[in-house]
Ligand binder design. Structure first.
Ligand SMILES: [Zn+2]
Ligand SMILES: [Zn+2]
Length: 834
């Protein structure tokens, strides 16, 4: 037989899987289901190592689940709308559609070379009308439910992408896609009312505690940002106006020594009228307008303020306090106004010091010193209230609650809840996306496109490249339509939908991908959902994973889905790095998956990636590591090749290997069962593919050693032959999730029919895991007093302890001093007493 030849083997089995549709799957309520999903790719051009890692982790698990008897749904598709296609097309004077489909073709070929167990009949691409018509359907259904609205608002604008971004898509003030600065811009657009689901999205995280990484749960929870506190009204002195503020610390109300308004707050302007502060305030408003919002609110940003000339009255102690305007308060967060408690808030403290505003300690510090002049910094911890009238001494939650009750009963405020989460802006002023199914009519206003007229097809003849506005705006054949209600000439909406909508429900579509009556079949979704294991990058911790949960909760309210959450388990795989940095073209440290496959084969690439690090940890690319993976597979092949002709004629089930065996065969049996146990538990319980592969490697090393003993036996015992065949079959099956092509080839050559993923995953027997026992003689003062059966691998300390603890030995040592214990390994223990 020739040497290990991955090229031939891999081509052969990939063809086989494809022709046989090996991984095609149907709903089958008689079988337990397992829905395994990797985040579907954007067709950017070529697959990179990050993809390979993502898909390889998923594939190993999918194959393992097949072998465990599950009906496994493992689909793949393309998140194929989005800006890069449009930008690339403008650059290459091509069309996004052409560019996208060419990329899908290339990447499909690349993915197929990895030997992944996808059900290709379920492939979807979100840029096809068959898919995006259901985005439009969702938009209209959400609209009916009051979850979609249009408003003119200050939006996040990315100059380089020429479009609006949702809050979730602005990361540290930069565009999530292009890292360029995001600026505010007034723009009319569509919003999804995700805030209606803020509480449920937060509560739902509790159901995910067992299955999701803690880090992701924390990030989502912080993003939703629920805070409980109080709304308090501060009356303006000599005016009918009042200022409403939200505070999470009602227990510090007595320490509010001034108030601050956002410069954009209408009262900032009006309160200053007729005072000496008119001019300074006008100048200040103008100045702040040109400042970047992110810089305004950042911790280190310069805090600027101007007195408005007006005073407010602290509703608890009746004190008159000045009202200021400052750059760090924003109009679109909370009420656009705050009460300042400088003694107990860092930002207020800094501001008060700068502008020489009063500071009052109202939470008792541990040292009891309430002199504000001695404060070096704000004291933000909870503590007993002080200088707070009748509330003195109250502390923490009780204090907050008592103050809230007082506010409520005196009609000056109430306990309330605030969220950081904002509604999801979904309008995009770009071309390559789902057209918003809305028509504007001069008479009827905003008219939804009737369901029967869906899809609103994205025209492929739009002229691309006009900066700042949708190319659809210049396409008369698209814009001009009769109003569906009154038939008068009307105009289509030219915005497209955020592509994150495409990925918010694609996992439901995979369940019935070719359904042309509805987005997905309710019955099938009931069988397959939730996704049992979802695998993707941590960069989606908020964006995609929050939007998907929102869609799922809405679908549930619509009666389309029964499960509470879409993804039961989430694995966020670590990055692939090389020379200490993430692989990227600009750093010149990219390793092309195709080159690795050409040189070593897909099985080696897969094995290296799974062996080099646990899935959630960073993976450092190493050429030696890849070499090592290749060497290991050759070693497996050699062992197999030397024995296959003899082993394949051994009947598998004929003989009973359960009973007593010679020492060497007993050890072989123990090694088989130990390997099964380790690999099974590493995959199933811990998803630690690296240690599972290490266990297989140790098993192979053992088999090489065993063969040396075996070769010395001219007439091998028949039980040994059977066990050896069992060992080889087990090795093949344990290896198959990781290196499926070589496993498939060996499985066939061993005479099995069917592919490895159809074979049952081997099971271990607990009783065969124990190492052989040996007899140890125990002496007291040189006389044999006991014989102990112990494990062959027992260490010296345990053997000593076991001997001294033995009741019969204690009869001889009782009341005497043990002077010395001599251990002769595997033979005897001698206890010297006096
Ligand atoms: Zn951008
Ligand atoms: Zn009309």
């Amino acid at each position: 037989m020739p040497d290990y030849d991955p090229k031939t083997i891999e081509a052969k089995w990939q063809k086989h899987w494809e022709e046989e549709k090996s991984f095609q799957v149907e709903d089958d309520p008689a079988k337990p289901k397992y829905y395994l999903l990797e985040m579907f790719p954007y067709p950017s051009g070529r697959i990179h190592m990050g993809h390979v890692r993502n898909y390889t982790i998923g594939d190993a698990l999918a194959r393992f689940k097949w072998m465990q008897g599950f009906n496994v749904l493992h689909p793949i598709g393309w998140d194929s709308f989005g800006m890069p296609a449009e930008n690339a097309a403008i650059q290459n004077k091509s069309h996004p559609d052409t560019w996208t489909h060419a990329n899908i073709k290339t990447m499909t070929e690349q993915i197929k070379r990895l030997g992944l167990s996808y059900d290709w009949d379920r492939e979807i691409a979100t840029c096809e009308p068959e898919y995006y018509q259901w985005n439009q359907w969702c938009f209209l259904k959400f609209l009916e439910r009051g979850l979609v609205y249009r408003k003119n608002s200050e939006v996040n604008w990315c100059e380089s992408c020429n479009t609006v971004l949702a809050n979730e898509q602005v990361v540290d003030g930069l565009c999530w896609r292009c890292d360029n600065e995001v600026v505010p811009k007034l723009q009319e657009g569509w919003f999804f009312k995700i805030t209606d689901y803020a509480d449920r999205l937060l509560e739902g995280l509790q159901d995910l505690e067992q299955g999701w990484p803690e880090q992701v749960l924390t990030m989502q929870s912080n993003w939703i940002g629920k805070s409980t506190g109080a709304e308090v009204d501060f009356q303006i002195k000599d005016s009918k106006d009042s200022i409403q503020v939200f505070t999470t610390r009602p227990d510090t109300l007595y320490g509010a020594t001034f108030m601050v308004l956002a410069p954009e707050h209408p009262l900032t302007h009006s309160l200053s009228r007729g005072t000496q502060q008119e001019k300074p305030i006008d100048a200040f408003i103008k100045k702040v307008k040109s400042q970047d919002k992110i810089a305004r609110t950042s911790e280190g940003g310069e805090k600027l303020g101007v007195f408005t000339g007006a005073y407010a009255i602290n509703p608890l102690n009746g004190e008159t306090i000045p009202v200021w305007a400052a750059n760090f308060v924003l109009m679109d967060y909370g009420t656009g106004a705050i009460m300042s408690v400088p003694a107990h808030d860092h930002r207020d403290f800094e501001f008060a010091k700068k502008y020489k505003l009063p500071i009052r300690v109202v939470i008792l510090p541990p040292d009891g010193n309430t002199n504000a002049d001695d404060l070096k910094e704000a004291m933000t911890e909870l503590g007993p209230m002080t200088q707070s009238g009748k509330f003195d001494g109250l502390e923490g939650d009780e204090a907050k609650q008592k103050v809230c009750e007082y506010l409520q009963s005196n009609n000056i405020g109430k306990a309330t809840v605030q969220f950081r989460l904002r509604d999801w802006g979904v309008s995009r002023q770009r071309y390559w996306g789902t057209p918003v199914p809305i028509i504007f009519c001069g008479k009827c206003g905003t008219v939804p496109v009737p369901y029967k007229d869906l899809p609103v097809v994205l025209p492929l003849d739009a002229k691309l490249g006009d900066k700042g506005q949708s190319p659809l705006k210049s396409l008369d054949s698209f814009i001009n339509v009769p109003c569906p209600k009154c038939q008068a000439p009307a105009k289509r909406e030219t915005d497209t939908l955020d592509t994150f909508i495409c990925s918010s429900w694609y996992f439901d579509r995979f369940i019935s991908p070719h359904n042309d009556k509805e987005p997905f079949s309710k019955k099938s979704v009931q069988y397959w959902m939730p996704v049992d294991q979802y695998i993707g990058g941590i960069e989606h911790a908020i964006l995609h994973l929050l939007y998907s949960r929102f869609f799922h909760h809405v679908f549930r309210d619509m009666g389309l889905i029964e499960t509470k959450e879409p993804f039961a388990h989430l694995l966020t795989q670590g990055m692939v790095i090389k020379d200490g940095a993430k692989m990227s073209k600009s750093k010149g440290n990219v390793v092309d998956p195709d080159h690795i496959i050409d040189r070593y084969g897909a099985d080696t690439a897969r094995l290296f990636i799974l062996f080099a690090a646990p899935p959630t940890k960073q993976l450092e690319w190493s050429d030696q590591g890849v070499e090592g993976g290749s060497r290991f597979l050759k070693r497996v092949w050699r062992l197999f090749d030397e024995m296959v002709n003899f082993l394949k004629i051994i009947p598998v089930d004929d003989m009973d290997t359960q009973g007593d065996l010679p020492k060497e065969l007993k050890e072989l049996r123990r090694q088989i069962h130990t390997a099964i146990k380790r690999v099974t538990e590493d995959i199933d319980k811990r998803m630690q593919f690296n240690t599972a592969i290490a266990a297989i490697m140790e098993f192979v090393n053992y088999l090489y050693a065993f063969r040396e003993w075996w070769d010395k036996h001219i007439e091998p015992p028949i039980l040994g032959c059977i066990l050896l065949r069992e060992a080889m079959d087990t090795l093949i099956l344990l290896l198959s999730p990781f290196a499926p092509h070589i496993a498939e080839e060996m499985w066939e050559r061993m005479g099995h029919t069917g592919t490895t993923h159809q074979a049952a995953w081997p099971e271990y027997n607990e009783t065969f895991l124990k190492a052989d026992e040996i007899e140890i003689v125990v002496q007291v003062n040189g006389k044999v007093r006991q014989k102990l059966l112990v494990s062959e691998s027992i260490d010296e300390a345990s053997l000593k302890a076991k001997s001294l603890d033995d009741p019969r030995i204690q009869e001889w040592t009782d009341g005497k001093e043990v002077k010395k214990v001599i251990v002769v390994p595997k033979k005897l223990v001698n206890i010297v007493v006096k």
